[in-house]
Design a protein around this ligand. Structure first.
Ligand code: HEC
Length: 432
């Protein structure tokens, strides 16, 4: 199923611009419960799904509270598994699949078929099935491996961080000097816990600041289990200025035994003197400083806008909200006045997920487009992250305040490059 969005622009009469939404489904499980009448069993149907979509986090020594490697380990959780997968709470991936561009790198979500299979399995009493159907155990990469290859520069958090055996989640910022004495262009970046720290790092988001007391700076990279660093598209790069400081936004969780972590960020440079054609930006856009979130309200909407004076190719986005966040949509208001939804995602304060588009669906936005960000907050008691539903909330830096903006990754194209990108997109569409 393919849907194509088109609108007129500039000198081309028709531009195939925003998205070719290719539903990237249906590869996974030909033996789906829906497809045949034989009973759904753990060994035949469920284990392969858990291997693909759950075990990076649900195994001994990883971040999730229980292992889903074997039948014995999974069976007691059957009811909860049905609940979490059918509400799409697990795996954590909160893109709305019914609107906007589809096709993301590191997409760890389940297909509708897979969800139906899991639900059918639980409803049938979660049977084991024939042990000989059990697939070989999945192998995992070494924990100290850099997926981007050995980086040219590794910057760790300033000191090893000790996470106590028991304790509340810890959120906070840590700062490290990069030590760079000259400007460098990077072509890949990865943020990674130390091998020992792996189970306690719930997330790590890195940013680049020009100096210690500079503003928040640009988004650099996000670590989440199952994600393997960012190698930038051919011909694009990020500029890291001499003297830059890396800001690590960490979320640590206790695991019942004292554990030390030293998360670091690895950078791979372009050779000295070589500059990529395009600077890749990752910026906080459409910040809304004027939030008005009354106590107890469960759906408070705010709108904010960012103009793009140049043509852009949008490579990824991440909603940025705080505890009371509920959902964010981004749409393009095109120069001709038409609007097009780009993406919507539910927000859960416990997960900071970057949604990177597959290259062939990266939105192409002509100059003069406005990025329109629509954000909803939930200040009611039903939001489990709400610090106190009796309080009014507004914009602020404290974690008890709230925020609404979009981290946006993009690079700019001149008119010729933009026309070429559209032609290329058109060719993909024609071939489908
Ligand atoms: C990116 C890591 C990650 C992936 C992938 C993942 N989980 Fe989880 N899961 C977690 C974490 C961490 C928790 C603890 C709650 C939280 O932090 O949101 C959790 C909690 C759960 C719970 C709730 C346990 C309870 O206490 O009731 C269930 C059930 C669950 N996951 C099932 C799954 C299944 C099934 C899959 C795959 C289809 C999956 N998860 C994929 C990280 C993950």
């Amino acid at each position: 199923m393919i849907s194509i969005i088109r609108f007129p622009f500039g000198s081309l009469s028709i531009g195939w611009i925003v998205a070719v939404a290719i539903l990237s489904f249906s590869t996974a499980n030909p033996n789906s419960a829906v497809a045949q009448d034989t009973p759904v069993t753990f060994t035949k149907d469920i284990a392969p799904i858990f291997q693909d979509s759950c075990q990076t986090c649900h195994r001994e020594g990883a971040i999730a509270p229980m292992s889903l490697m074997t039948y014995e380990e999974s069976r007691p959780w059957a009811r909860s598994i049905k609940d979490k997968v059918s509400t799409r709470t697990m795996p954590p991936w909160y893109i709305d699949k019914n609107v906007g561009v589809q096709g993301f790198r590191y997409d760890r979500s389940l297909t509708d078929d897979q969800i139906e299979t899991i639900v059918a399995w639980v409803d049938a009493g979660a049977p084991r099935g024939n042990p000989s159907d059990m697939p070989q155990p999945r192998e995992f990469a070494e924990r100290d491996m850099w997926h981007i290859g050995e980086p040219d520069l590794i910057v760790p958090i300033p000191e090893p961080f000790v996470v106590p055996a028991d304790g509340a989640n810890w959120w906070g910022d840590l700062f490290s000097e990069s030590g760079l004495t000259e400007d460098r262009w990077i072509k890949a970046v990865e943020t990674k816990p130390s091998a020992e720290g792996f189970p306690v790092v719930h997330h790590a988001v890195t940013r680049l600041q020009e100096s210690l007391d500079a503003d928040e700076g640009d988004f650099l990279n996000e670590y989440a289990q199952g994600k393997n660093g960012d190698a930038f598209p051919e011909g694009t790069g990020r500029l890291v200025k001499a003297g830059s400081v890396i800001r690590f936004n960490m979320h640590y969780a206790s695991i019942g035994k004292e554990t030390t972590d030293r998360t670091s960020v690895g950078l791979t440079f372009y050779p000295k003197g070589e500059e990529p054609k395009h600077e890749l930006f990752s910026r906080a856009l459409a910040q809304n400083y004027d939030l008005d979130i009354p106590p107890g309200e469960d759906e408070v909407r705010h709108d904010s806008y960012h103009p793009f004076p140049n043509n852009v190719r949008l490579t990824g986005f991440q909603p940025h909200l705080h505890n009371r966040g509920k959902r964010q949509c981004i749409e393009a208001i095109l120069p001709d006045g038409n609007t097009q939804t780009i993406s919507c995602a539910t927000w859960d304060f416990g997960w900071h997920i970057v949604y990177n588009y597959e290259e062939d669906v990266q939105p192409l936005l002509p100059k003069g487009t406005f990025l329109h960000t629509i954000t909803w907050h939930d200040n009611s008691a039903s939001n489990r992250w709400n610090p106190d539903p009796r309080n009014w909330a507004g914009f602020g830096q404290r974690s008890s305040d709230d925020m609404a903006f979009t981290w946006t990754s993009y690079y700019e194209l001149d008119d010729d490059e933009f026309a070429a990108a559209i032609e290329e997109r058109q060719a993909i569409t024609d071939n489908d």
